[in-house]
Design a protein around this ligand. Structure first.
Ligand SMILES: [Zn+2]
Length: 264
């Protein structure tokens, strides 16, 4: 049986015999692990569209053959290459992070068309932005968690349900805490690790990310201090609920001093 789908290569590994294994995220079928004789470099042959489709950050049309539960890419055609992502090291780092984070969170074989669209929207938005990528990254993380059903609660206190006076953000509680509950927890000696004061209008910012398209953030940015602080809190939240601690692409960016990974 042949499957036809639009996809992006999340990861590829060379294996024996000139073959490679691809982890392909298709809009129609979700993530599929498949073998391929196509190569991204194209070898000595003229570069064909099939080879281009295996380049990183390229949206392609794929024909995949399924035989006895194994998948093989029979042909691929590049549809859109996000060239701009490779032109700038910071932008490339951000795009690599998006790819790695998304790959870590997607189960195999479950169609996730909205996450697929979010990822391609993110690549366009990154291409169109010149600098200060952190706000875009935050918006992506919040939207991704929303689609995975694990976004934090920001509309009311996770402990008492009160909708006003939300002064803190509790990672283990799963979202906002009102001032009163925060004080009570502190008095009861509840370990205040992973509970943060809700700085920089955090709840409204998260809501804004959730309810606006990524395109809106191409030209809009939080100030650097607010973005870095919020990124720290959101990443701790993601590490707690999604088991994604620091990723390879993040470590690379941190080494370049782009993000402070503050210990708390
Ligand atoms: Zn409360």
């Amino acid at each position: 049986m042949d499957l036809h789908g639009r996809g992006i290569v999340l990861r590829q590994t060379k294996i024996a015999g000139g073959r490679r294994m691809l982890e392909l995220f298709t809009r129609e079928y979700g993530v599929i692990s498949c073998g391929s004789f196509l190569s991204a470099a194209g070898g000595s042959k003229r570069k064909s569209s099939g080879h281009l489709a295996l380049q990183p950050f390229t949206l392609g049309g794929y024909r995949i053959r399924e035989e006895k539960g194994r998948y093989t890419v029979k042909s691929a055609e590049a549809e859109r290459s996000f060239y701009g992502l490779a032109e700038d090291p910071d932008r490339y780092g951000e795009a690599a992070f998006v790819l790695e984070l998304t790959a870590r969170l997607l189960p195999e074989g479950v169609p996730q068309p909205r996450i697929f669209d979010l990822m391609t929207d993110m690549f366009s938005a990154l291409e169109n932005r010149r600098n200060r990528f952190l706000t875009l990254r935050l918006a992506y993380e919040v939207k991704l968690m929303d689609l995975l059903g694990v976004a934090p609660r920001t509309d009311c206190c996770v402990r008492c349900g009160k909708k006003t006076g939300l002064e803190a953000f509790s990672v283990p509680g799963g979202g906002a805490l009102c001032g009163e509950c925060h004080r009570k927890l502190t008095e009861e000696g509840y370990p205040d690790r992973l509970i943060y004061p809700a700085r920089f209008d955090m709840m409204n910012v998260i809501d804004y990310f959730r309810s606006n398209p990524l395109k809106r953030f191409e030209k809009l940015a939080l100030n650097d201090g607010a973005a870095a602080w919020m990124q720290n809190v959101i990443r701790r939240y993601m590490a707690y609920y999604l088991d994604v601690d620091q990723l390879k692409s993040e470590a690379a960016m941190n080494q370049e001093g782009m993000l402070q990974w503050k210990s708390h």
